[in-house]
Design a protein around this ligand. Sequence first.
Ligand code: KG4
Length: 354
Amino acid sequence: MQCNKLNNCNVILGIETSCDETGVALYDTKNIRLLDHLVYSQIDLHAQYGGVVPELASRNHLEKLPVLVEALICRNKLYYSDVKAISYTAGPGLMGALMVGASFAKALAFALNVPLVPVNHLEAHLLTPFIETGLPIFPFLGLLVSGGNTLLVLASDIGKYQILGETLDDAVGEVFDKVAKKLGFPYPGGAKLASLADQVSDSDIIFPIPMQKHPGLDFSFSGLKTYAINHIKCLEKNNYAKLAYAFQEAITKALLIKVKKAIKQNQINNFILAGGVSANKKIRQTFLHLGLEKNINTFIPPIKWSGDNGAMIAFVGSLYLERYGGIDSDKILANPRLTLENANNELWKEYGIN
Ligand code: KG4
């Protein structure tokens, strides 16, 4: 096979295995464009258990990752030797799942004698709106809403993040999934709950809005979850759509209140909404509307990049490769609790960012 269509390219392979999606992608760092990507979702594997089973996730990544990389290389008519660097998710995520991706990346980089570029999964999500343009815009206020995280951050550059607020308990996606489960949807039911909510245009169920009087920018969603679950117990099935609607409204308002507060407290020209829950239509519309109202550029990734994927890891890997080169160390960086904060962040330390 020949690297015909990719002559004159500099290809980085990106690998994502932080949770229950195995994602791989090829990004051309020279011409700044995504070449191709593949995602394998383990949802069916975990659905029967009502949530992700970490041990099963690791084993499945181990099984699928080599197959996906091979398929991606082949269908792009590449040789492995055309890969000039490898980026992988260093955290946060499930330890075993991260270790599979990191070890695979490390072994392949060693075999090919190419640089290794560890990537922070949270940063990769935040930069998904720029995968297509290849040019991230800083500074920005970012709201990251996913199954494992709810964060409000100020970003000044790659590797430079200040956390303004985060959830004190459950993440938004987690709460969507738990309430959806109570409504009878299989894991992860967030998108199905949202579709159910979209079947009605109002509701007489009133949810309390959490943390609205709380002075800071932190969030809390476990109270909303308990309120919803208790309400479902005494609700006829034909009222489930109204409950879903009211629940989605309350979550959206809780997010909106804190983002508005952050905008008031900071000079903001750019806003990014990212993460799996950014696929939610109501939440997308709300923040697009806020951007218009406040005259703030609002960036939300296309739905294909809202969930976990390899493209964001290849893209952010290419940014780090260009700025800092690869990490020349024997370490395999896999930290389930890797944060975006700079103090004591082992990943930023490796890159010499402080
Ligand atoms: O970023 P992501 O793919 O990975 C994890 O953090 O695990 O986010 C997945 C989360 C799940 O909780 C899923 O139910 C939620 O995003 N999600 C949604 C929607 N689509 C995905 N939540 C609400 N509305 C949606 N349309």
